[in-house]
Design a protein around this ligand. Structure first.
Ligand SMILES: [Zn+2]
Length: 107
């Protein structure tokens, strides 16, 4: 496998995210506070930037996904958007049995 600039960027991004998760789960309280104040806004900014590329219409279709995939008869919901929704709403402090609540907030 060739190592491109992009793959290096991608790996460093993933390592950065893994570090954030590790610090958030195993770090002390000071570290957690610092993460929330300094890193969380940046992560939110990153997610917003991604979602700006994936803005589904009222049927869940997004222009970015539509152009990248084969055209289908059935509209397929934007997976990036749904993935972000799922990750953000299910991984809260509530147990994962609350999918319905999340679905209702989407619909
Ligand atoms: Zn999309």
């Amino acid at each position: 496998m060739s190592t491109t600039v992009f793959s290096q960027l991608d790996r460093s991004l993933r390592e950065h995210l893994a570090t954030l998760v590790r610090l958030a789960t195993t770090g002390d309280d000071d570290t957690a506070v610092e993460l929330a104040r300094c890193e969380l806004p940046r992560v939110v900014t990153a997610i917003k930037a991604l979602l700006d590329e994936h803005t589904p219409d009222e049927h869940g279709r997004c222009p970015t996904c539509r152009t990248r995939r084969f055209r289908r008869r059935l509209p397929s919901p934007c997976r990036a958007y749904l993935g972000a929704q799922l990750a953000l709403t299910v991984s809260g402090d509530e147990p994962s049995g609350n999918h319905r609540k999340h679905l209702r907030s989407v619909g």
